[in-house]
Design a protein around this ligand. Structure first.
Ligand SMILES: [Zn+2]
Length: 219
């Protein structure tokens, strides 16, 4: 975009790109028992470990592709996020920090820094819909064209308090994944599978997707 800054001299243009994804949970039947869930998780993780080297990466949002994003984020909470949901988001932050690929630190951040805003909302779904929405989130890419071009992500992750009893760490991790630029995966072992499976461990494919967005963290 060199032509743009030349054309506009010292002017600054801010371009925002925005994506928003939902997470749904089937209304019926009721969730599987914990025993069944852990059994299927252990069997799938052993099979994915065998083929870890050729595991396809979890898809990334197209708007973050090729964007030179720093791997550091400031995060903060909107007003009105209850203590329980704040705790879920903080656990999600810890899980992503544990990867070493991104680093999220509490704070307001600034216009030229990456940031994530955590929030809540209320949305009642039609009872005959068959699914309900637990949260939504996504990246917002902002490019500033001037003497130098800077690119930052001001992403957002939100939980639907209408279904507060269904909210868990897996949902918070899914929405934060969206905020950081991950898209939906067709693998049920992925945190980014669009229907909540209770997955609270980022899969090898999820990590590969994150590294695709934040290659600077690769060592
Ligand atoms: Zn989603």
């Amino acid at each position: 975009m060199r032509w743009l800054s030349r054309l506009l001299g010292l002017g600054i243009i801010i371009m925002g790109l925005w994506t928003w994804r939902d997470t749904i949970l089937p209304q019926l039947p009721t969730p599987a028992t914990p025993t069944t869930t852990s059994a299927s998780q252990s069997s799938t993780s052993s099979s994915s470990a065998a083929s870890a080297s050729n595991t396809p990466a979890t898809p990334t949002e197209s708007i973050v592709s090729g964007m030179p994003l720093a791997n550091t984020y400031a995060y903060h909470f909107d007003n009105g996020v209850p203590a329980r949901e704040q705790a879920l988001f903080k656990q999600a932050v810890a899980a992503y920090n544990h990867t070493g690929i991104v680093t999220l630190t509490a704070g307001a951040g600034g216009a030229t820094q990456n940031m994530v805003t955590f929030g809540v909302y209320h949305k009642q779904m039609a009872t005959n819909n068959g699914t309900f929405e637990l949260g939504h989130g996504g990246p917002q890419i902002i490019r500033r064209y001037g003497l130098t071009t800077t690119t930052v992500n001001h992403g957002s992750a939100q939980l639907n308090l209408t279904y507060a009893s269904e909210l868990s760490l897996s949902v918070a991790m899914h929405e934060l994944g969206h905020a950081l630029g991950l898209d939906h995966s067709t693998a049920v072992t992925s945190v980014m599978y669009p229907v909540d499976q209770g997955v609270t461990t980022l899969s090898a494919a999820d990590l590969a997707g994150l590294r695709a967005i934040y290659p600077a963290a690769q060592h």
